[in-house]
Design a binder for this molecule. Structure first.
Ligand code: CO
Length: 225
């Protein structure tokens, strides 16, 4: 039987190294988590959330899926957002895409090959490509179109997070909560802020205007508890 013993030995060494530096590390973490940030990112193995922003366990609440999509009907993602906002009381929701995303590439060139079930998931990104076809067609290099679609995808997901009843409710309650749109470069290890920092309804309306969305949808989740 292959029991992945190398991963267990990695784990033993990792835990021992941490304890050598800070003996109370795990006992403190076991009591509670108090992350300030929710990270919504791509499942891509090259985009490890904690490492990129150099945060330790306990500091970042994480949700990842293929192409970092926030979908109206995804109860998994909506539950994570609601838990992060209502229970953990995070102050920031970061939607982070990345350049070189296979999901974005598949969305732009669906005929290059099937990813199976993920093709259906990526239809959400394909719709973004269709909505911004004019801008994307104006870019003459394929890599530039892919990069821009990755950015447009992040901005769209920021819009989806902001339009959720969860975030809307938090803002109406006067909670300090900001939604950010970032993108990560696998080739250089650097994050780029896409300039979408939304901290309330007025900023959300400004963001929608700048992003060219004239009719924001109504909140997409069930009413908050
Ligand atoms: Co990706």
């Amino acid at each position: 039987m292959k029991n992945l013993s190398s991963l267990f030995s990695n784990n033993k060494k990792w835990a021992a190294d941490i304890l050598a530096r800070e003996p109370q590390y795990f006992s403190k973490l076991a009591n509670q988590q108090r992350p300030e940030y929710l990270w919504i990112g791509c499942s891509d193995s090259r985009v490890p959330a904690n490492e990129i922003v150099d945060l330790a366990p306990g500091e970042l609440f994480v949700h990842r899926n293929i192409a970092n999509v926030v979908v109206y009907s995804d109860l998994n993602c909506l539950s994570v957002i609601e838990f992060a906002v209502r229970v953990l009381k995070v102050r920031h929701i970061i939607v982070c895409g990345h350049y070189g995303c296979s999901g974005v590439k598949n969305a732009l060139f669906p005929h290059d090959g099937s990813y199976g079930l993920a093709d259906n998931w990526l239809r959400h990104v394909r719709e973004i490509a269709a909505r911004h076809r004019h801008e994307l067609d104006g870019l003459d290099v394929e890599s530039a179109r892919l990069d821009r679609l990755a950015e447009l995808n992040v901005l769209t997901q920021v819009h989806h997070v902001c339009s959720s009843a969860i975030v809307d409710h938090a803002w109406r309650q006067g909670s300090e909560l900001s939604v950010h749109g970032w993108i990560y470069g696998i080739a250089d290890g650097l994050l780029k802020d896409l300039g979408a920092c939304v901290s309330g309804q007025q900023e959300y309306q400004d963001f929608l205007r700048d992003f060219g969305v004239s009719h924001p949808p109504s909140p997409f989740s069930l009413d908050p508890l």
